[in-house]
Design a protein around this ligand. Structure first.
Ligand SMILES: [Zn+2]
Length: 208
């Protein structure tokens, strides 16, 4: 599919979809996402004049053996692959100027590694400590209290990992330009979302 064919589709299953200011559910796969029309699609969306001193927003993430990156630059957004040795120099990159953005889709996948880590490590320890606290409290209040503190600590760690897995998730932005399209996981830098939309002149939708 060419970039412009992808522009008005569900980012999960590529069923046709229409831009909307709020999160929507796909008619075919019923998964949630936002789809926003950019300046190249909707004449009423006008990218603001670039500020020459606009700060860049950098993102870097790994896919198997290589790293990919995305940067919000003053004139547009660039994404590409970094050299596999020191992961600093781009070996391939494409850019989309903000006025050339056709659409932006945003969605959220479960962060599976965080969920698995939470299930395998702190959750069993928290349950074991809770059992220890209940079993020992009649013999030794001090030891029972100590086990209770451990339960609370590992319980908190479980909560943090589950929150990262379910609530924060792996946030994805699919940026479709006139000639190029790429997807950026941006949960490590939340400002990426608001700045991307602001620089395209699109009112930022809530994250689905
Ligand atoms: Zn779909």
């Amino acid at each position: 599919m060419t970039p412009t064919n992808v522009a008005l589709t569900c980012p999960w299953c590529f069923a046709p979809a229409n831009p909307a200011p709020m999160p929507q559910s796909c008619a075919r796969c019923s998964k949630r996402f936002t789809l926003s029309a950019g300046p190249a699609l909707d004449g009423s969306v006008i990218a603001p004049m670039p500020h020459p001193h606009a700060f860049p927003i950098n993102l870097k993430w790994s896919i198997l053996v290589t790293y990919r990156f995305a940067v919000l630059e003053p004139m547009g957004v660039t994404s590409g692959t970094l050299d596999p040795v020191v992961a600093v120099a781009p070996i391939e990159q494409t850019s989309v100027g903000y006025p050339d953005v056709v659409s932006i889709a945003v969605w959220k996948k479960l962060a599976i590694p965080d969920l698995i880590a939470g299930l395998l490590v702190p959750l069993p320890i928290a349950l074991l400590c809770a059992w220890g606290a209940i079993a020992s409290v009649t013999h030794s209040v001090g030891f029972g209290a100590f086990m209770f503190l451990l339960t609370a600590g590992f319980g908190l760690l479980t909560w943090v990992l589950f929150r990262r897995g379910f609530v924060v998730g792996r946030r994805q932005a699919r940026i479709v330009g006139r000639w190029a399209s790429f997807t950026v996981p941006f949960e490590k830098v939340p400002a990426f979302h608001s700045e991307l939309f602001r620089r395209c002149g699109i009112p930022a939708p809530p994250i689905p």
